[in-house]
Design a protein around this ligand. Sequence first.
Ligand SMILES: CC(C)(COP(=O)(O)OP(=O)(O)OC[C@H]1O[C@@H](n2cnc3c(N)ncnc32)[C@H](O)[C@@H]1OP(=O)(O)O)[C@@H](O)C(=O)NCCC(=O)NCCS
Length: 283
Amino acid sequence: MCEMPLPGRATADLTCVRLEFGEDPQGVAEPPQALQDLADASLEPEERAAWDALRSAPRRREWLMGRLAAKDAVRHRLEATRGLAAARDAIAIRPDAWGRPRVAGPAVATAGTPISVSIAHTRGVAAAVAGETSDGLGLDIERTDRRRGDYERAAFSDEERRRLDAGPADRRVERALRLFCAKEAVAKAIGRGLLGSPLNLSVVDCDAEVTRADLEVAGSLARALPGLRGRRLTAWIGTSDRIVVAWARCEAPPVPWRAVGADDVGDPQEREPAAPSATPALT
Ligand SMILES: CC(C)(COP(=O)(O)OP(=O)(O)OC[C@H]1O[C@@H](n2cnc3c(N)ncnc32)[C@H](O)[C@@H]1OP(=O)(O)O)[C@@H](O)C(=O)NCCC(=O)NCCS
């Protein structure tokens, strides 16, 4: 397990884990047997069924590495705070109706405490943050050399681009990436994703180097979650080993979090009815 420091404010109650599995531009997976062995040793039956159903080799690898990072982050929390040594397959990471990973499984039921987790991947790297909290956590990572073309027009409002233009010119590209990661981290902490557009989160404040950004829900996120309107959601952002890392924490997220057992991933009545079956396309 490789712990990764989180930028910004004190995070002693969180563990962030980073796993590197190598870039693979041809889309060829690691030796299939090595992946199968990892999956056999680490996944519980429901996760295993989800992994078996994935068809794309890069996606299978990314998904598995994200799960391993999440499980290791949760194991670290259980050991550090409860003295519990949990096997990876005693911790289940299951998506809720919105795709947000939730922690379940016998080890978590034994601990009897809510644990939040968030997962991110970028080419060849997976990372996850976990904490014993009912707050929503959000983590995002991106390589600084990620080429996204003219993504800024889709990602930022005119005002947000003016804010980026006003900062130091030499690191404009990285600052934009940092702001984008901040949006994705907050979107995950809320638990709804970006609902199809990064413009559904708007920047109300950030420093010149974009190490901290305060965001508010806008557009369809504000309509879907009126209780979050006007609330400042803060993301902390840093860069390490040419990877931008952003994380956020949302107190009292829209759907309450609680400890769940092996066969229980949440009370359906806690969910809102209109959960999408897949992340909507950008509009
Ligand atoms: C979740 C989201 C915010 C980020 O996804 P992403 O950047 O594509 O992918 P990342 O690797 O950073 O994160 C993926 C992980 O986020 C987590 N996730 C997915 N939906 C989530 C949700 N509603 N809440 C919290 N976490 C979520 C999952 O764990 C997922 O990994 P897994 O499927 O392997 O378990 C996505 O919903 C989204 O909106 N992406 C932005 C797409 C976009 O607007 N592109 C246009 C760019 S201009």
